[in-house]
Design a protein around this ligand. Structure first.
Ligand SMILES: NC(=O)c1ccc[n+]([C@@H]2O[C@H](COP(=O)([O-])OP(=O)(O)OC[C@H]3O[C@@H](n4cnc5c(N)ncnc54)[C@H](OP(=O)(O)O)[C@@H]3O)[C@@H](O)[C@H]2O)c1
Length: 265
């Protein structure tokens, strides 16, 4: 028997499933974030999505090509930007049903190479930015709403990513603790934990094309399913947690082709 681990793409999307729902996606201009924005607007939801780079915001909006999606320049590490994002969401959406806290960055650095500056950069974007995004936007989330963080498949370790993995473990902890804190308001909090995913950056800062190709090869070799995941596969899992998983809170869902469990090794 042969096993097919290719990605079957669904062709049926009901454009009204999420009509009337409101979402915010941080780090929504490329890769998984952009796929989450597209999955939401394809189903009729209104979405504010963020990033820091104006050109990426403009390119994302051109590719989404729908008035349901609205780009907002906002840096998740800047408290003034987060306050402005909350005000904007309140003014334009009137509230939030789904919040996807997706921004992040990795840098490959061995123990000796990590500096105070690179540590701060990594922890600021991944951990501090995720926490304070929720602190600013949670007051707007409606009862029955939900939050989905993007962490990383961390059960199998990857050398050179200690600061990044630590920062993402902090985010995984936020998902559990905030699930408990927001339970009384009827808000679920979960995380999607990607393995190797084929995004423009592969989630790593300043990869050259050659390094990206090498990283993809390493990913294919160490992923039991033998390939990198697609951004649509992450978006499907993130939407499942946000929308359909109504009896699920405080979990981190690996979407990693078996990488985290070391299947087949
Ligand atoms: N790709 C992978 O294989 C992989 C694996 C595991 C986990 N992840 C995680 O999955 C998430 C998405 O990764 P990706 O590869 O799709 O894209 P990415 O290259 O990590 O970029 C993510 C998005 O975040 C934005 N961003 C970065 N810093 C920000 C900040 N301070 N404030 C607001 N937005 C910011 C980026 O736009 P600007 O730079 O213009 O701001 C972009 O829109 C990240 O959290 C990443 O750590 C990725």
């Amino acid at each position: 028997m042969t096993t097919n681990h290719s990605n079957p793409t669904s062709t049926i999307t009901d454009p009204n499933t999420l009509r009337g729902k409101r979402a915010v996606v941080t780090g929504g201009t490329i890769g998984m974030g952009l796929a989450i924005v597209r999955a939401l607007t394809d189903r009729g939801a209104e979405v504010l999505y963020t990033g820091r780079n104006e050109q990426r915001l403009a390119e994302a909006q051109a590719s989404l090509n729908t008035p349901l999606a609205r780009p907002v320049r906002s840096d998740a590490t800047d408290m003034n930007d987060l306050a402005a994002l909350a005000e904007h969401a309140s003014d334009t959406l009137g509230g939030i049903d789904y919040l996807f806290v997706n921004q992040g960055v990795a840098e490959f650095q061995t123990l000796e190479a990590v500096t105070e500056e690179s540590w701060d950069r990594i922890f600021d974007v991944n951990a501090k930015g995720s926490f304070f995004t929720v602190q600013h936007l949670a007051p707007l989330i409606a009862e029955g709403g939900s939050i989905v963080f993007t962490t990383v498949s961390n059960d199998e370790i990857f050398p050179g990513l200690s600061a990044y993995s630590g920062a993402k473990e902090a985010v995984a902890a936020f998902a559990k603790v905030l699930a408990a804190e927001l339970l009384p308001r009827g808000i679920r909090v979960n995380a999607v934990a990607p393995g190797f995913i084929l995004t423009p950056t592969m989630g790593v800062a300043e990869l050259t094309e050659a390094q990206r190709a090498e990283f993809i090869e390493q990913g294919n070799a160490s992923t039991p399913m033998g390939r990198g995941g697609t951004v649509e596969e992450i978006a499907a899992a993130a939407l499942f947690l946000a929308v359909d998983a109504t009896f699920v809170t405080g979990v981190e869902l690996p979407v990693d082709g078996g990488f985290g469990k070391g299947l087949g090794h």
